[in-house]
Design a binder for this molecule. Structure first.
Ligand code: UD1
Length: 354
């Protein structure tokens, strides 16, 4: 009988939940993980479970892809069925980040009066056209325990009147980065991921946000901006973009590769000269790897990364990526988002409160 249920579904959530699961196990808390099945490809899900050693996934709701309404509704129905067959409700449900899996599981927890803990609470882009922003705001307002990655999250929640049980615990992705970085270097060679010489400088790119990829003309201009970069660009392509990229001419300096696992991503990060991304997680990981980052968005939730211009926001349709990549003005690097003990802080706080 689980005391805690953690819910995951999309690629980055496997990393976040793994470190928290380890922290629960270390203090003897019985936890099971429910996989919603939002991500289902081996490259997006199975590989992560294997390399992170996620052995506590007890059920897969196999919801798959669909509209946001379909996905959210199917996860809610699957979660309710799962809870209904348990002899007793869990003492808490833990959700991560801002995906459809997060908000759907959060709604089910709230409607069953099960305490809801939200990891990565309080993030705001203040852009309601992002599906993730709707998911974040809703989940935070449903949550009983709110774990922020920095003081910015605490302030954002206070501005919305949420002040009870809000803690700045640091970022669980930093825990993962520190735990798995050495293992990644030990186990994986750069050449196993991409055909580039060890000393060849390159930019690492990931682009998957609907705002950058749903409109073919926009995606086309991002690709041509990447082609103008004066270094090879290595781009692990999210499955959502494969079809669209087939209809675009890809310059030969861009190496489009299959989606990579977490350890491969850490190796690419370590080897690259700089990062071009619209991912939230990769902005932070670039910072921890001390790599300059260009974020292909008009705003970021991770505002601290902008300090000292380690990360800059850019619209590739209007700005030269080359100029931004070659920028030299960085203030001294400093650690952001805690000290790598976020998972331990979260697990011990949950255990104290339930
Ligand atoms: C989701 C999250 C996003 C997160 C990203 C991490 C939401 C609203 N968005 O976006 O915040 O940054 O995960 O990767 O929850 N697909 C496959 N195989 C898979 C999964 C997806 O082919 O295993 C394709 C399908 O065509 C699907 C599309 O990708 O329709 C989008 O997948 P979806 O889970 O809806 O959102 P993501 O773009 O992955």
């Amino acid at each position: 009988m689980p005391e805690i249920i953690s819910v995951v579904g999309a690629r980055p959530q496997f990393v976040k939940a793994t470190v928290v699961s380890r922290a629960f196990a270390a203090i003897g808390m019985k936890e099971v993980v429910v996989h919603t099945g939002q991500h289902y490809d081996e490259a997006m899900s199975g590989r992560f479970e294997a390399e992170l050693g996620m052995k506590n996934i007890s059920v897969n709701l196999t919801v798959g892809s669909g509209s946001h309404a379909y996905q959210t509704a199917r996860i809610m129905m699957g979660m309710q069925d799962y809870l209904d067959q348990l002899p007793n409700p869990p003492k808490a449900i833990v959700v991560y980040g801002d995906t459809n899996s997060t908000v759907a599981a959060g709604l089910v927890a709230a409607k069953n009066s099960i305490p809801l803990a939200h990891v990565e609470a309080g993030l705001r882009s203040f852009n309601r056209s992002m599906p993730e922003e709707i998911n974040r705001v809703t989940t935070d307002h449903l949550s009983n325990l709110l774990y922020c990655s920095s003081e910015t999250g605490v302030k954002n929640l206070a501005a919305e009147g949420i002040t009870r049980n809000v803690l700045d615990v640091g970022d669980v992705m930093l825990d993962g980065f520190l735990v798995f970085r050495e293992e990644a270097k030990r186990k994986i060679n750069l050449q196993d991921i991409v055909a580039l010489g060890n000393d060849t400088p390159f930019c690492l790119a990931t682009i998957h946000r609907p705002s950058n990829t749903n409109d073919l003309a926009r995606l086309q201009s991002i690709v041509s901006a990447l082609g103008d970069v004066n270094l090879p660009v290595v781009w692990p392509v999210h499955p959502r973009n494969k079809a669209a990229l087939k209809s675009i001419d890809i310059p030969c300096s861009i190496f489009c590769i299959e989606p990579v696992g977490y350890l491969q991503m850490l190796v690419l990060l370590d080897a690259c000269a700089s990062v071009l991304t619209d991912s939230g997680g990769l902005q932070k990981e670039a910072h921890w790897a001390q790599k300059p980052c260009i974020t292909l968005r008009s705003e970021t939730e991770w505002t601290e990364t902008l300090d000292g211009s380690w990360n800059v926001l850019a619209d590739p349709e209007r700005e030269s990526l080359v100029k931004l990549i070659n920028r030299t003005q960085h203030s001294p690097w400093k650690m952001l988002y805690g000290d790598g003990n976020a998972a331990r802080n979260i697990a011990s706080d949950i255990v104290d409160r339930i």
